[in-house]
Design a protein around this ligand. Structure first.
Ligand code: SF4
Length: 84
């Protein structure tokens, strides 16, 4: 059995307007999410593909669904487009 497909790069977006700094993501994936100061969330927008499961756990743990996860091969939606 082979796994030919290379791991796809991840793209992570956190809606910081929605984020309430609960910190669940920091506990779930401390290598990707961290707090800067008391409440400002920082995150790695292109985490290592090997961390996908951690990041998925963090997204699932977020009480306000502020974490979006996509693939680098998918075109990033540009702000303002598609909202007509
Ligand atoms: S779990 Fe969600 S609300 Fe909490 S800090 Fe992370 S992104 Fe923000």
């Amino acid at each position: 059995m082979t796994t030919d497909s290379p791991p796809t790069e991840l793209r992570l977006v956190v809606d910081l307007n929605r984020c309430q700094s609960y910190g669940q993501c920091v506990y779930a994936a401390p290598a990707v999410f961290r707090f800067h100061g008391e409440e400002a969330l920082e995150y790695d927008y292109a985490p290592d593909p090997g961390r996908r499961r951690e990041v998925e756990r963090a997204a699932a743990a977020c009480p306000v669904q502020a974490i979006g996860l996509g693939r680098a091969t998918e075109p990033a939606p540009s702000a303002g487009e598609g909202a007509r």
